[in-house]
Design a protein around this ligand. Structure first.
Ligand SMILES: [Zn+2]
Length: 72
């Protein structure tokens, strides 16, 4: 079986309160199966989560907890 969805009740994107360093827009966190990144919809850029880890908010933290498809 191969599904195009990545599981049940696990969103692939979430809105955070973390401001973009360039423009101040709240970043969105998005993921692929094994990668998580922050996207600024204003700058149209993506940022490594590591760059913003010091500013991690609740939305990002809970998102990260559900990120990985396979924890083994
Ligand atoms: Zn920006």
């Amino acid at each position: 079986m191969y599904s195009t969805s990545y599981g049940f009740g696990q969103p692939r994107a979430a809105q955070t309160t973390i401001p973009c360093r360039t423009c101040g827009t709240a970043l969105r966190v998005e993921r692929t199966c094994h990668e998580v990144f922050l996207r600024c919809t204003t700058c149209r850029t993506t940022h490594d989560v590591g760059e913003y880890v010091a500013q991690m908010d609740e939305a990002l933290e809970s998102f990260m907890e559900n990120v990985y498809c396979d924890r083994t």
